[in-house]
Ligand binder design. Structure first.
Ligand SMILES: [Zn+2]
Length: 135
């Protein structure tokens, strides 16, 4: 039994020594599609920011991975995730963290996220409700 297991392990190692063309091809394909996706996300976020704010953001200023793009504009942070543009602000109550706005699809949505919207952590929401009750 032991001998048989060793034999299997040895064969696997030998096979592993062969150049794994199909794996290299798959990884190459993934990396290529990833760089296309990242370039696409950067272009999309830059276009959305330009349309809403008039600010030109170069793609070097945009962080992106395969599913998310992030850019800073005048001390504000925008994120593009699943084709949704989102504004990120710190929590109104504790002044820390990153709270995501609802989806921004128009200038009016952005105006709301910049003014009427109070970004709050879920935990901070209860405390701030008590504060508001004093008004
Ligand atoms: Zn908070």
């Amino acid at each position: 039994m032991q001998r048989q297991l060793n034999g299997t392990a040895e064969r696997a190692t030998l096979e592993g020594g062969h150049p794994l063309g199909w794996q290299a091809a798959a990884i190459g394909e993934y990396q290529q599609s990833l760089s296309v996706r990242i370039a696409d996300l950067r272009a999309q976020l830059a276009a959305r920011i330009l349309a809403l704010t008039g600010r030109q953001i170069s793609s070097e200023e945009i962080y992106a991975d395969g599913s998310l793009a992030v850019a800073g504009v005048d001390d504000l942070t925008f994120r593009l995730h699943n084709h949704s543009l989102i504004l990120v602000r710190t929590c109104t109550y504790c002044s820390t963290g990153q709270v995501e706005s609802s989806k921004i699809s128009s200038l009016s949505d952005l105006g709301y996220a910049l003014s009427a919207w109070s970004p709050l952590h879920e935990d901070c929401e209860d405390y701030s409700a008590e504060d508001l009750a004093d008004f």
